[in-house]
Design a protein around this ligand. Structure first.
Ligand code: 13P
Ligand code: SF4
Length: 357
């Protein structure tokens, strides 16, 4: 990266001292990660943001929904800054609040709503988290989806009971957690398509289902294929395939290990030297893993999958701009969630933070 920008980022951070706290998601560019005070998956970063009450400014190097969650979990005196407001998430955009409210009304009309607990993936707007809080549900991340689902089903009689989960907005994480982690049957899953009347489902299908999966997906992880897993196994002797649970179910079924970004890093860090890996997650992280663990053989699972373009929006020029503005007394790109939305969303986020483990 540009040495001038590196020097400016260093100088601005030094001038701000403890007043600024920089969080970096594992999918961020190296040039940005270099300036992060802490790196992590979405769960760890949400906890870290909440644990820094003394920093008036939290610069969030990640995407919009993460910055919103950090704003909800921090105090009114603190400001969360997203260095580029265009850093969104295509999956989060797949569930609009009007569509979700409409879905709930139809679940009420179908007579199933009182059996349903919403479980909402962190990768969603604050408005969807607020909906979740209003209906007694919880937020989850890829590192606690199993615990969150178990908790939600326990609210309605346990995994073997009659309760149902409305899982928003990632159908793959919902399906994978149900089928792989809880041993549930794929036949118990239905997909709610927000663009079709009644989600494209019949009342009978809704009554029989245990998992009502919102039709959303990650445009990056959705591209990892069964063929890529098979090719890695054919080409790399003794390879271990490790993927993120946002990958399609067929891919997750074939993998050796499945986990959040933090779990992927920890699993690889704990493996003996010489282990061969094919990693199915965002490319910035895979490249960093290859650099950090040169004694292991780390390959990207699918050659034609690219970076998460919105994560990549945060680059060193944007970070320098956000930091230097603070030095000059200006706050750029603050993320402020509406108070009522924040209050409802906080219930669902606090429920997640209160889950065991
Ligand atoms: P993690 O919670 O595993 O960090 O994942 C966040 C994300 O956006 C994955 O696409
Ligand atoms: Fe969203 Fe996928 Fe990018 Fe994660 S990797 S921020 S889920 S688009």
């Amino acid at each position: 990266s540009d040495p001038d920008l590196v020097a400016r980022a260093r100088a601005a951070k030094a001038a701000l001292g403890d007043k600024v706290f920089v969080l970096g998601h594992h999918y961020q560019r190296n040039e940005v990660i270099e300036f992060a005070d802490v790196t992590g998956d979405s769960f760890k970063l949400a906890k870290e943001a909440a644990a820094r009450p003394d920093a008036p400014w939290i610069v969030f190097c990640g995407v919009h929904f993460m910055a919103e969650s950090a704003d909800i979990l921090t105090s009114d005196e603190q400001t969360v800054i997203l260095p580029d407001l265009a850093a969104g998430c295509s999956m989060a955009d797949m569930a609009a609040i009007a569509q979700v409210e409409d879905c709930w009304e139809q679940l009420v009309e179908a007579g199933v709503a009182d059996q349903v607990v919403p479980v909402t993936y962190m990768n969603s707007s604050a408005a969807i988290k607020a909906f979740t809080g209003r209906h007694g549900g919880t937020v989850c991340t890829s590192s606690n989806a199993k615990t969150a689902l178990t908790w939600a089903l326990d609210e309605k009689g346990g995994v073997d009971g009659k309760g149902k989960v409305l899982f928003l907005p990632d159908q793959h994480l919902g399906r994978n957690t149900w089928a792989r982690d809880l041993g549930g049957s794929l036949e118990d899953c239905v997909v709610w398509d927000p663009h079709r009347p009644m989600g494209g489902l019949t009342v009978e299908e809704l009554q029989a289902a245990r998992m009502i999966l919102w039709r959303g997906h990650c445009s990056v992880h959705g591209r990892f294929s069964v063929e890529a897993v098979e090719a890695a196994r054919a080409e790399i002797p003794d390879v271990k395939v490790i993927v993120h649970p946002e990958c399609r179910h067929e891919v997750v079924e074939l993998a050796d290990e499945v986990g959040s970004t933090e779990k992927i890093i920890k699993t690889i860090a704990a493996a003996p030297d010489g282990t061969a890996w094919a990693v199915g997650t965002e490319l910035n992280l895979v490249q960093r893993l290859a650099q950090e663990f040169p004694k292991q053989r780390i390959a990207f699972l699918e050659k034609n999958v690219c970076y998460c373009s919105t994560m990549n929006r945060i680059d060193l020029p944007h970070l320098v701009w956000a930091l230097e503005s603070l030095v000059e007394g200006r706050v750029v790109n603050p993320i402020r969630v509406d108070e009522q939305v924040a209050a409802d969303a906080r219930r669902a986020l606090d429920q997640m933070l209160a889950l065991p483990g």
